[in-house]
Design a protein around this ligand. Structure first.
Ligand code: ADP
Ligand code: MG
Length: 380
């Protein structure tokens, strides 16, 4: 039996070598290429100043790239490099809500639709229908006559989302939309935005500098660094196999331990790791005497009480579902480990570290980015 297979749908968005410079020394977006399938959410993670907002502004049409082009499936095969924002059919949600204070909720949501009506693209009935639909989608039915100041922050951001969704775009861009909200509201809205976008089959790019939020939102995850895409893939892949120390540090907050390759394997402060079981991330093969840094994620470092152990417990934080331990090696190197709460260790205890070698990744020396991470307030 033969079956006709329909060709795969083209990506909703495709970026090709997109570049935006602000003056000779500053490449805010540097040669970025990626694509996004229909209905998928791409979480774009990176420290402050790495070019996330500039990239969104290029896609939305508020900026024109110096080089490269972008393609939107619903705009045909031609690039949209210079197409104005209103002709791109892309919804945008900003960090600061950007609602009109003198307009009601319904008027705010209808704002973009009204502009289309004036240009003869939409009937008055369609404006009403799409406004009501967007209101219901974000769970604000009944609040349509309120003004923004009569709403909570979370509700205001829902209005902003409804305004972006009302024209039924194929693509929604969200620039740190929850960063002004309380943790509880943020966590709730993450799930809600994911559900809504999946429900209407819109693709989304969700920008954040919060690794937990990025993982929570992502169907696909992209890590950005100094204008460039450092890594891009499924959240599981990027988390499990960061291609650089930067990604590992930023996304997983892993421990890094100096290591040197000896006859028995990689020698570290917490013992010897067998070379053949450990993945080396980098180009050059390791030889005897090679120096590197071993990445051990906090959740991959297991501890057992042992008077002869290589680590000393220095601090313990109760995080509800787990304890987070701060430990030091004999040479003073600090490490973090996360253990279930029923595995309580006492401050001052000596402990033996247990590591599954297959979970360790070895990185070349000299690619640290701790300063950027600390500046963002994300270092633990
Ligand atoms: P992010 O959103 O990741 O914090 P931005 O895209 O806002 O980063 O900024 C990237 C870089 O470009 C930063 O160094 C920023 O100072 C610079 N930049 C952004 N917008 C402008 C502009 N209009 N003029 C000059 N420099 C800019
Ligand atoms: Mg920004």
């Amino acid at each position: 039996m033969t079956r006709t297979l329909s060709p795969p749908a083209p990506p909703v968005l495709r970026l090709e070598s997109l570049t935006r410079r602000y003056g000779p020394g500053l490449v805010a977006v540097d040669d970025i290429s990626l694509s996004l399938a229909q209905g998928q959410i791409l979480a774009l993670l990176g420290p402050s100043g790495c070019g996330k907002t500039t990239l969104l502004r290029l896609i939305a049409g508020f900026e024109v790239p110096d080089q490269g082009d972008l393609y939107l499936a619903h705009r045909g095969a031609a690039g949209v490099r210079t197409l104005p924002p209103e002709d791109r059919d892309v919804g945008v949600v900003f960090q600061d809500y950007a609602l009109f204070p003198h307009l009601t909720v319904a008027q705010n949501i209808a704002f973009g639709l009204e502009a289309r009506r004036r240009r003869g693209r939409l009937s008055a009935a369609a404006v009403q229908e799409q406004t009501a639909e967007a209101l219901a989608l974000v769970g604000l039915a009944g609040l349509d006559r309120r003004f923004p100041h009569q709403l909570s922050g979370g509700q205001q951001q829902r209005v902003a989302l409804a305004r972006a969704l009302a024209p039924r775009p194929r693509l929604i861009l969200m620039d740190e939309p929850f960063s002004n909200l309380d943790t509880q509201v943020r966590v709730y809205l993450r799930q809600e935005v994911r559900s809504i976008l999946h429900q209407v089959q819109a693709a989304g790019i969700f920008v954040t500098h919060d690794q937990e939020e990025a993982l929570a939102m992502a169907d696909q995850l992209a890590v950005m660094r100094q204008g460039r895409l450092e890594q891009w893939g499924s959240p599981e892949t990027v988390y499990r196999d960061p291609i650089s120390r930067f990604t590992a540090e930023f996304l997983t907050q892993a421990n890094f331990l100096p290591a040197e390759l000896g006859a028995a394997g990689w020698q570290t402060d917490i013992g010897c790791l067998p070379q053949d079981l450990i993945t080396w991330v980098g180009l050059e093969p390791a030889r005897g005497g090679s120096r590197a840094e071993a990445m051990i994620r906090q959740e991959d470092l297991d501890l057992v009480a042992d008077h002869q152990g290589a680590l000393t417990v220095r601090d313990r934080q109760f995080l509800g579902r787990e304890y987070r331990y701060y430990l030091t090696t004999a040479s003073g190197q600090g490490l973090y480990a996360r253990l279930p709460v029923d595995r309580s260790l006492t401050i001052g205890d000596r402990v033996k570290p247990l590591v599954v070698p297959q979970q360790v990744r070895m990185y070349p020396l000299g690619h640290s980015s701790t300063h950027q991470v600390v500046a963002e307030g994300k270092a633990q």
